[in-house]
Write a protein that binds this ligand. Structure first.
Ligand code: ZN
Ligand code: FE
Length: 255
């Protein structure tokens, strides 16, 4: 019923476009820049129904005003009132689109920012800057506890749903993951796959929760192998998963 199209923005952003196949209507997630979105709308001959914003950072909202000028009745959804016609949403809200045929549920996921949201259904989750492949967002406004709780909530989604992150940071994240777990065989296989994709200029996103649980250190804070590796690197004892997560995030920040 829908196709999800990849729009590249800036150096490494993805603006995800959800296109209803028959009607040629669409939703855009996190349009940080209007130009590549407008090009896609024109080349595909589709009209914009709604804009979903995972959080307030400029690389996710910078194109909104210009896009709103292209048509009337374009709805904007975010946690806080970022624009005049913002529809403010909260945890558990179900948003419906395309005459009720498509829906996404709102999950509040503070940590990277306090207003951060994930939009998900049984097939997909748009994660913004919460979760990246093999990594996670930096903690700018929330606490490590909030960020970890948000990641754990997303990790509870079905393991095979497609996870659409807002940045292509995978290869960089993988060098950190490999530094920690050089013997993780799933990680070694994934590093090969990613490097082939990047050589061809292909995105490594979407990923899946099932894959991330095997290779993403930030989703492995309960795994003995990861905790031991981090304890060894930092020369400290990490008694609980949240201790592990907090130190892991700090370690990655200076890696
Ligand atoms: Zn951000
Ligand atoms: Fe971002």
């Amino acid at each position: 019923m829908v196709n999800i199209l990849t729009i590249k923005g800036f150096d490494d952003n993805y603006f995800w476009l959800i296109k209803e196949k028959r009607s040629g209507r669409c939703i855009i997630v996190d349009p940080g820049d209007a130009n590549p979105v407008l090009e896609m709308l024109k080349s595909q001959n589709i009209t914009l129904d709604a804009i979903l914003l995972t959080h307030h950072h400029h690389d996710h909202i910078g194109g909104v005003n210009e896009l709103l000028e292209t048509a009337e009745n374009i709805k904007v959804f975010s946690k806080n009132k970022l624009f005049e016609n913002t529809n403010q949403v909260k945890d558990g809200d179900v948003l419906t689109f395309f005459d009720g045929q498509y829906s996404l549920t709102v999950m509040e996921t503070p940590g990277h920012t306090l207003d951060h949201l994930v939009f998900y259904n049984k097939e997909v989750a748009f994660c913004g800057d919460l979760l990246f492949s093999a990594g996670c967002g930096r903690i700018f406004e929330g606490t490590a506890e909030q960020m970890f709780a948000s990641l754990l909530r997303v990790a509870m989604l079905d393991s095979d749903i497609n996870i659409y992150c807002a940045h292509e940071y995978t290869q960089n994240n993988l060098s950190f993951a490999h530094h920690l777990e050089p013997k993780n065989s799933d990680l070694l296989v994934y590093i090969e796959q990613v490097s082939k994709k990047r050589q061809q200029g292909l995105p490594t996103i979407p990923t899946t929760i099932g894959l991330e649980k095997k290779i993403n250190p930030f989703l492995r804070c309960e795994k003995k192998s990861l905790i031991n590796a981090l304890e060894y690197q930092l020369n400290m004892l990490l008694a609980t998963p949240i201790d592990c997560f907090r130190e892991l995030r700090l370690y990655k920040d200076r890696f």
